[in-house]
Write a protein that binds this ligand. Structure first.
Ligand SMILES: N[C@@H]1[C@@H](O)[C@H](O)[C@@H](COP(=O)(O)O)O[C@@H]1O
Length: 242
């Protein structure tokens, strides 16, 4: 596992974007696994800049997002589909037909999970971008005695709803369920880039990457993956140095 600590957000964003861009520059039909949350936004902004300058093209790239809330009306600004359009897809030359976000409004959610897994099985993710929740979740794989391998419906922990309430007018508006790719699918990615920012994540990222591997800290399973790069800002990295 390669841990990189950055003194400035700008450097973190540049290196994060350059890892994605160099993959796409050499493999133009790369399959990207993408994440939402505040952590990857700066990297997406840098990718937009590189795309505008003509240094990288996403014309032949396909993407799969990790997760989506269940039950938010289509077009709601906090759906992860809206997030991805606003933060990335609307500003780069990707063909939106090649982008996938689970449909949290599917009439049959079980069927939607099955379809998503079938598409993932055909695609094989080259690079998966990940953030981490305060409780160690990845995607929306919440701490539990057992974890799912494939895409599934999850009941969000109260702490996760509280953490994400900042994006909504009130906690009551935060969905109680989500559809998420499973840890099995995440770990199948050829390479994983975990992005962690802020002092409030310092403890969990340290426990996840140096503590016991346990389903109670889903991100700890990343210790079993052979190709992980972790991008930490200096606040998130504080327990790794002395
Ligand atoms: N489902 C997403 C996760 O994929 C993300 O990693 C996490 C952390 O978000 P942030 O980067 O905003 O702290 O938030 C949500 O719960």
């Amino acid at each position: 596992m390669n841990l990189l600590t950055f003194q400035t957000n700008e450097e973190l964003n540049q290196i994060g974007a350059s890892i994605i861009a160099s993959l796409v520059q050499t493999k133009q039909n790369a399959v990207l696994g993408l994440a939402t949350g505040s952590s990857p936004i700066g990297i997406y902004q840098e990718l937009i800049r590189l795309n505008e300058k003509g240094y990288v093209s996403f014309k032949n790239v396909r993407s799969f997002n990790l997760d989506e809330y269940v039950g938010l009306p289509a077009g709601h600004p906090e759906t992860y589909l809206s997030f991805m359009n606003k933060q990335l897809f609307d500003h780069i030359d990707i063909n939106k037909e090649n982008t996938r976000v689970p449909n949290g409004n599917a009439e049959n959610l079980e069927q939607e999970c099955k379809l998503y897994d079938e598409m993932l099985a055909d695609a094989s993710i080259d690079l998966q971008v990940l953030g981490i929740g305060h409780n160690g979740h990845i995607g929306f794989n919440e701490p539990d005695q057992n974890l799912h391998g494939g895409t599934h419906i999850v009941t969000l922990k109260e702490e996760t709803r509280q953490a994400n309430a900042r994006f909504f007018d009130s906690i009551d508006e935060v969905p109680k369920q989500a559809v998420t790719m499973g840890v099995g699918s995440i770990l199948k990615a050829k390479m994983i880039m975990l992005v962690v920012r802020g002092a409030d994540k310092a403890d969990i990222v340290h426990r996840a990457l140096t503590g016991p591997i346990t389903t109670e800290v889903p991100a700890s399973l990343l210790q079993t993956h052979p190709n992980v790069v972790v991008l930490l800002d200096k606040e998130a990295a504080k327990y790794f140095h002395g």
